[in-house]
Structure formats: structure tokens, C-alpha cells
Design a protein. Structure first.
Length: 303
């Protein structure tokens, strides 16, 4: 019982939730919807996400710290791939809950290999994403029944990561699994990443989205200069590719491609930073950088 006149304050909860899965299952799209704002880049190109990215959502008395991870690399041995896999393993070692994202109605050998990374003793919620692409929901029932036999899973949640209502429902499912305790971040925090990092990611997203499948995923972006003058950001960036033929592809005929990439990136930066952006972009060739451990570290990928 509480003393007369005292009020019972709801207990706060805070926890870290890793979002894992094979490439291209919608992890970054899910993170953006859970956080309520786009902080993680998305594209149809495999291995778009390369870094651990923290997204924070404060909802009532609960604060969620979501960790978006690269799709676990199962078949490639380049230095860049190894760095991404280390990022996934490190993220899983420090979380309270795991969101294991798969495609609804689909189960592959790669999904099963990802299962080997699941940390013991942690709640694992299987997120069956892309529900909107399943034709005939009755076909999903046998699949759900089969997945339900997996003792590693705490819950199974079919959803579409693009639907706000589905993301809100998932927040309610995660919350009881988070420990009670003080929040880890200011309630207005959205991510732990700097504007400089987010600028590079936005430019890389436009590079991937606008060059199609012809450009190898090993292309990357380096921010050479990031200056803040009041509300104005002055940003100089380099797109790094492995071959001169890739450089020509990014620049395009009479520079049309690079202009479009830079323009769309600047517009997104303006929206995210809530202020004008002056953006300069160059394209540089560095042969074999994705196989060079020193270059991978120099370009900002965790070792």
C-alpha cells in the first residue's frame, strides 16, 4: 500500500535490442519505422548496411535502443565482409533482446546459419517481415506452425516493416522483455551517430539507389570536410570506387549521374539536419580497397 496522498509512478524500462538477419530482409526499414524517423539507409542492393547503427525510441516510460546490424556475410571473405561480421557478433554480445528478421513464408539455409549467432539466454523475437508480399495468408499458417516448433524463439511476429501500426505493435511486444531501470539516453536522442556519419550514409544510399546493380557494393563514401556555420552545413565528400570504369559509371554522361546523386543526397541532408546544405562530391579510384584491411579501417569500418 502507498502512503495517503502518494502516487504510484510507472517503472521505467530501458534495454538494447539487436536487429539481425541475412541480407535484404528489411532490417533497416524496420529500424526506421521503430524509431519513427529515417536514420538507416535502405536500398535493394545487398549489403547496404555496413555499420552498427543505434536508433533510440522513447515511448511512454519505456526507452528502446535498437541496434541495426549488417546482414551477416555467409559466402564472402573480403576484408570488408569480415569487418561487417565482427560488427554483428559484437552487437549480439551486449543486448537484452534479439529481433531476428526473416521473410514471411520463406526459410533459407542462410537464415539457419544466422541462427548460430543467437546469444543463449536472451529473448529472441522472430520478425516475419514483408507480410504484404504474401499472397493468400492461409499459406502462411503451416509456415508459422513449423517456426513455432523452434525452441530458440520467444515469440513470432508477422508484420510489414513499412506499416507504422505494425511497428507500434512490435514495440508493445518488446517492452515487457526489457529490464526495469533508468533510461540510457536523453528522451530526445534519436541516434548515437554524428551528423558527419549520417551525411556519408545518405550519400552512399543515393549512390546505391541511382547506379543500379552494375556498380559493385564495395563502393564507399568518405567525408573529407564537414563544417557547420549556423544552420548551414558545408560538406565535401569523396565516392571511392575500385576501378576507373566504375568511376565513369558514377559520373555518368556529361556528369549527369553524379549531379543527380549529389542533388538527392543534399535534399535528404537538408531534411535530416533541418538546415541548408552546401555539398561538393568527387569520385576517386582506389584499387582493391575492400580487400585491404588497412583501407577498410581507414574508411571507418569497425575492426
Amino acid at each position: 500500500m502507498h502512503p495517503e496522498g502518494a502516487t504510484h509512478e510507472p517503472a521505467r524500462r530501458f534495454g538494447t535490442i539487436a536487429i539481425v538477419g541475412r541480407p535484404n530482409v528489411g532490417k533497416s526499414t524496420l529500424l526506421n519505422e521503430l524509431v519513427g524517423q529515417k536514420i538507416s539507409i535502405t536500398s535493394d542492393k545487398a549489403q547496404t548496411t555496413r555499420h552498427r547503427l543505434l536508433g533510440v525510441r522513447t515511448d511512454g516510460e519505456v526507452q528502446f535502443a535498437f541496434v541495426d546490424t549488417p546482414g551477416f556475410q555467409l559466402r564472402h571473405a573480403r576484408a570488408l565482409n569480415r569487418a561487417m561480421n565482427r560488427t554483428v557478433r559484437a552487437a549480439l554480445g551486449e543486448v537484452d533482446v534479439v529481433l531476428w528478421v526473416v521473410e514471411a513464408g520463406s526459410w533459407t539455409a542462410d537464415d539457419e546459419l544466422v541462427a548460430q549467432l543467437l546469444p543463449p539466454g536472451r529473448p529472441v523475437i522472430l520478425v516475419a517481415n514483408k507480410l504484404d508480399r504474401v499472397h493468400g495468408r492461409e499459406r502462411l499458417l503451416p509456415w508459422l506452425a513449423e517456426r513455432g516448433k523452434d525452441p530458440r524463439l520467444t515469440e513470432i511476429v508477422p508484420l510489414s516493416a513499412r506499416r507504422r501500426a505494425d511497428a507500434q505493435r512490435l514495440l508493445g511486444i518488446i517492452a515487457p522483455h526489457l529490464p526495469q531501470g533508468p533510461w540510457g539516453f536523453d528522451p530526445d536522442t534519436l541516434t548515437d551517430r554524428s551528423e558527419r556519419f549520417l551525411a556519408a550514409e545518405i550519400l552512399r544510399e543515393k549512390l546505391f539507389r541511382l547506379t543500379g546493380d552494375e556498380l559493385p557494393y564495395s563502393s564507399t563514401v568518405v567525408i573529407d570536410r564537414f563544417e557547420v556555420e549556423g544552420r548551414l552545413r558545408r560538406i565535401a565528400a569523396s565516392i571511392v570506387v575500385e576501378r576507373d570504369s566504375h568511376k565513369a559509371m558514377v559520373i555518368g554522361h556529361s556528369g549527369a549521374s553524379i549531379r543527380r546523386i549529389a542533388t538527392e543526397a543534399r535534399q535528404d541532408m537538408h531534411k535530416l539536419f533541418d538546415g541548408p546544405v552546401f555539398l561538393e562530391v568527387w569520385v576517386k579510384t582506389r584499387s582493391g580497397w575492400a580487400d585491404d584491411q588497412a583501407a577498410v579501417r581507414a574508411f571507418g569500418y569497425e575492426d
